[in-house]
Design a protein around this ligand. Structure first.
Ligand SMILES: NC(=O)c1ccc[n+]([C@@H]2O[C@H](COP(=O)([O-])OP(=O)(O)OC[C@H]3O[C@@H](n4cnc5c(N)ncnc54)[C@H](OP(=O)(O)O)[C@@H]3O)[C@@H](O)[C@H]2O)c1
Length: 271
């Protein structure tokens, strides 16, 4: 059924792992959507504030993802200024993607809570799709990451998108902070084994040191950003995020997808 109020959702970072899925779902519901990023026809760049007002014009709701990471210094100030632009332009609802167990993102979350718009915060575990679309995609059958034997309750980005859409279309989720995890915590080695089984590839997990991992990151990021990510991973990968929550089931009325189910789907692209 077409949206009768002609409300429009702007998806900041709408080509990303969750933004793309949120856009697909809203379009399937015939809800007007505008995806914005540096590469869209109406561009949006976090580092160029002149791009913000045109990108947000007419947005009744926002799905907000930050690049490169919501925990990076300066992100909270950006988010606070952006929410002012959005609310001044008539935005009434903001759903923010955040990391879980990360006090570093709380100032950005507070900026959204203070915005005057209705808000929902999604604090997420590591994405399963990092293995198929992101930093954990296998190179030469190897997944190298400084996670040692830490357990992580990886979450499927399809579940995050389902929760985000619920929050965007149903006012019952306003004022809620959800902690989204998958149904079980596994080590990065166990996650790799699931992908190896599903793809038939001889994939192996190599628990590299933080210093080794920094060398690889330096090919893609400036030195301060590399230092930021290494500090963040040292903090996140100490086991404090190993517990699972039931928030996906509370919102969606069904359990989150298991890493084994994800591996079967991901095998189509990783085989
Ligand atoms: N990955 C995880 O496991 C995880 C877990 C919890 C929370 N998070 C949070 O999720 C967010 C997204 O993380 P991700 O690494 O997974 O990214 P991602 O979903 O792959 O998103 C990348 C998006 O950012 C856009 N982008 C790139 N540069 C930009 C800029 N200067 N200004 C505005 N948009 C820009 C890209 O646009 P183009 O398509 O135009 O290049 C793309 O749409 C981060 O804030 C992170 O803290 C991630």
């Amino acid at each position: 059924m077409a949206n009768e109020n002609n409300e429009m959702t702007v998806i900041v970072g709408g080509h990303g792992k969750t933004g793309r899925r949120v856009a697909e779902r809203l379009r399937a519901m015939h809800r007007p959507v505008r995806v914005v990023s540096p590469s869209t026809p109406v561009p949006f760049d976090w580092s160029d504030e002149t791009t913000w007002p045109p990108a947000l014009a007419g947005a009744s709701a926002l799905y907000l993802t930050y690049h490169p990471d919501l925990a990076i210094p300066g992100a909270a100030e950006h988010v606070r200024r952006l929410t002012r632009v959005a609310v001044d332009a008539g935005t009434e609802k903001i759903v923010l993607l955040a990391g879980r167990g990360e006090p570093q993102v709380h100032p950005a979350e507070d900026a959204v809570r203070d915005s005057g718009a209705a808000w929902t915060i999604l604090e997420c575990a590591f994405f399963m799709q990092n293995f198929s679309e992101g930093v954990l995609a296998p190179q030469d059958d190897t997944i190298a990451f400084p996670a040692r034997e830490v357990r992580e309750p990886f979450i499927d980005c399809d579940d995050i998108a389902d929760v985000a859409v619920a929050a965007l279309v149903d006012d019952a989720h306003a004022g809620k902070t959800y902690e989204l995890t998958g149904p079980r915590a596994v080590t990065f080695g166990e996650a790799t084994a699931e992908l190896a089984r599903a793809t038939g590839r001889p994939l192996r997990y190599v628990p590299v040191s933080f210093e080794q991992y920094a060398t690889g990151l330096a090919e893609h990021f400036t030195a301060p950003v590399v230092e930021f990510f290494i500090d963040l991973f040292r903090f996140l990968l100490d086991g404090h995020n190993a517990s699972v929550t039931r928030d996906v089931e509370r919102v969606l009325g069904r359990p989150p997808r298991d890493i084994r189910d994800f591996a079967r789907t991901a095998a189509e692209v990783l085989r």
